[in-house]
Design a protein around this ligand. Structure first.
Ligand code: NOJ
Length: 549
């Protein structure tokens, strides 16, 4: 089938189902709640939805531990509710993509239960190894969430590998039977009408032969032994040829530590392309190393360099995925913006990424400028990685310092309840919610911003609408100015019909401003600004402007 690349014209909204909207009053976000909010998502200008996992799951990693791939968890409303949402989305012109999590399953999945008992054909569905004679683990790899990557199973009397939580055993993708299962899952959802997949840590699925130990890093030991592993392209090509190329679908690959050069091995357009787009992490590292647990001071130069790198190096060769938030990262205003200038900096950050080339994703709550959560008690955290971190790291620090570290690092900050209105629990549920709402919900919520022309929400609507009308954003060339500045980010997008200039101040001070050479502001049309009285020669704190020629 010919693939139409419809995703290049799309803007996606990411739903993390547990915290989006509870439609039946049991305290858990669900698909009935999503159904109520499809018009809201559409009103943003979004025409695609990415669902974080909806499948049955024990919930050890909030759904990323799947126990049945071809079903919808009853707590989200089951298959009937999903089909209603799929139809509701399609009838509004919105695509739907599912999270495909096949690096690992839940340990409660039937395959694992049979594998640990050596019941055929499941015996080799997972990565099992005996321990070493001296009582040591099969190798020195770390898991990302809970200590070492191996846990001993008393039933099988062997260790199994888990690159994430103990309850997330890794599948053995070298086994052709496992690959057949993956293809079956893909076909199941695509045949139902789903429009593609976001593929969870998909670059981890091929492990180096012999599973050798690795001493290169102090943490995440082993990552170079399984990220972009030896058979990765072979597996992905098989999925493409046997399944994906038969559908007009898109694939979005999560790829930790990927560079544009490596990404192009997967997403270079033309024959042999393995994914439509990749989720890179470089633009999420302007204030941390690798990920949020290793913070460093925010650097605008680092952020600009990362965007430049991806805009320039993929240009004409591969397609970018653009994002500022998701369920794995803290809220962007609290990171790259400034909560004291929440509105101005939230709007500036929106303009900064929405006018770049690629397919933008907006994460639930980002569009109303939700900020980080600061609970008073470490016990309030739910995330498996956060809980492990708290129990095992930083123990000598004061209780206050330990709590503050979680405020700065835990992905639970972006998993608090969506703030719909000023009623109890932010209007998320009429029941007892499964998780917390940020204390600021009376001030920051959808209802309050919906009718306010100057709200962050309406700024998103405006910016997304503009983006859709500007050919240069989708097809033009990116060029950056004042690269060395530590407070100013400005770039242009240009095609043969038009040119825009996007100006973003990252300063909390009023600054003098002069447009780059060749841009005459008096002849340009000011399309967007986050202040009502812009002065061409000055930028107010966190001011942003988009000009068109
Ligand atoms: C990446 C997902 O985005 C994250 O939420 C999850 O915990 C891990 N992969 C493991 O599946």
């Amino acid at each position: 089938m010919e693939q139409t690349q419809w995703y290049k014209n799309s803007v996606f909204y990411q739903i993390w189902p547990r915290s989006f909207r509870d439609g039946n009053g049991d305290g858990m976000g669900d698909l009935y709640g999503v159904l109520q909010k499809l018009d809201y998502i559409k009103s943003l200008g979004c025409d695609g939805i990415w669902f974080s996992p909806l499948y049955p799951s024990p919930g050890a990693d909030c759904g990323y531990d799947i126990s049945d791939y071809m079903n919808i968890d009853p707590q989200f409303g089951g298959m009937e509710a999903f089909k209603a949402v799929l139809e509701g989305a399609h009838s509004r012109g919105m695509k739907v993509i599912m999270d495909l999590v096949v690096n690992h399953t839940s340990d409660e999945h039937e395959w694992f239960q049979k594998s640990r008992r050596r019941i055929e054909p499941y015996t080799d569905y997972y990565i099992w190894r005996p321990g070493k004679k001296n009582g040591k683990l099969p190798n020195n790899w770390d898991s990302h969430f809970e200590g070492k990557a191996w846990t001993y199973d008393e039933v099988r009397k062997e260790y199994y590998m888990h690159l994430f939580a103990v309850k997330q055993p890794d599948l053995n993708m070298d086994n052709p039977l496992v690959r057949e299962e993956v293809k079956k899952i893909m076909r199941f959802w695509l045949d139902m009408g789903v429009d593609g997949f976001r593929e969870d840590v998909i670059t981890f699925i091929s492990k180096k032969k012999g599973l050798p130990s690795d001493h290169l890093l102090p943490v995440y030991k082993g990552i170079f032994m399984y990220n972009h592993g030896p058979r990765i392209h072979e597996f992905l090509t098989e999925f493409q040829n046997d399944v994906l190329l038969n559908y007009d679908c898109m694939t979005l690959a999560e790829a930790p530590m990927v560079t544009p050069g490596i990404a192009l091995k997967y997403i270079r357009e033309g024959k042999g392309q393995e994914f439509s787009m990749m989720i890179q992490n470089e633009t999420m590292c302007a204030d941390c190393f690798f990920q949020d647990y290793f913070p460093r001071k925010f650097s605008l130069r680092r952020l600009k360099k990362a965007f430049r790198n991806w805009q320039e190096k993929l240009d004409g060769k591969g397609w970018n995925m653009l994002f500022l938030e998701n369920h794995d990262h803290l809220r962007i205003i609290s990171r790259y913006g400034n909560p004291e200038y929440r509105e101005a900096s939230g709007k500036m950050l929106a303009a900064m990424y929405l006018f770049q080339k690629g397919t933008p994703f907006v994460y639930q709550g980002q569009e109303i400028g939700m900020v980080n959560w600061h609970p008073g008690d470490p016990e309030m955290y739910e995330d498996v990685a956060t809980r492990y971190y708290y129990a095992h790291h930083n123990q000598k620090a004061s209780p206050r310092a330990r709590l503050h570290k979680l405020w700065r690092c835990s992905r639970d900050s972006s998993r608090t309840l969506m703030q719909w209105d000023a009623t109890a629990n932010g209007g998320f549920t009429t029941g007892k919610p499964w998780f917390y709402v940020n204390d600021n919900y009376k001030e920051i919520n959808v209802a309050r911003q919906d009718g306010d022309r100057d709200s962050i929400l309406n700024f998103y609507r405006l910016a997304i609408g503009l983006r859709k009308r500007l050919s240069c954003v989708r097809w033009g060339k990116y060029r950056e100015y004042s690269k060395g500045s530590g407070w100013l980010y400005q770039y242009s997008m240009q095609d043969d019909r038009q040119r825009i200039l996007v100006v973003c101040s990252f300063s909390d001070q009023t600054k003098k401003y002069k447009a780059p050479d060749g841009f005459y502001l008096d002849t340009g049309k000011l399309l967007l600004c986050n202040y009502s009285d812009p002065d061409p020669a000055v930028l107010k704190p966190y001011e942003t402007r988009v000009y068109l020629w």
